[in-house]
Write a protein that binds this ligand. Structure first.
Ligand code: ZN
Length: 149
């Protein structure tokens, strides 16, 4: 976004919030995926004047269009700003989720490395005990055997 676009976006978003405009739903055009017809994601956004009326904001590539009067006349409308904001928030959430997944994977890798280390150490200890135990057992029994006879 350029500085001018950002100002338009911020002003339109402020109007959307002031007037209680909300995203009511989302979907994709051509849901049956009919041959030859493209599919575009869209959002239905409530009208600020008529609560039973919704406009459709459609994303084609990086471009958003709105079916409201202002949008049809090329004005940066509050519906479009609200959907843009939703996309920004969603993208940030996805980035945060990806960072959390990466951190979890790192923690899991460290836990796996620790478990492998513990297993090796345990096996070494077990192995040492395995070798030492029969000798102790023999010596004990030898003593007992010797003592009994
Ligand atoms: Zn609009």
């Amino acid at each position: 976004m350029t500085k001018a676009q950002k100002t338009l976006f911020e002003a339109a978003l402020a109007r959307a919030k002031e007037q209680g405009v909300l995203i009511a739903g989302e979907g994709v055009t051509n849901p049956g995926n009919a041959a030859g017809a493209p599919q575009y994601p869209f959002w239905t956004v409530s009208s600020s004047q008529d609560r039973d009326k919704y406009y459709m904001v459609t994303r084609r590539g990086e471009h958003l269009t709105c079916t409201c009067k202002a949008g049809q006349e090329g004005v940066y409308c509050k519906h479009r700003a609200l959907v843009t904001n939703y996309l920004i928030v969603t993208a940030r959430r996805m980035e945060a989720t990806e960072r959390a997944i990466a951190a979890e994977q790192e923690a899991q890798d460290a836990a796996d490395a620790q478990a492998a280390y513990d297993e090796r150490t345990y096996n070494e200890e077990a192995h040492t005990v395995d070798r030492a135990e029969p000798i102790l057992w023999q010596n004990t029994n030898m003593t007992k055997w010797r003592g009994r006879h």
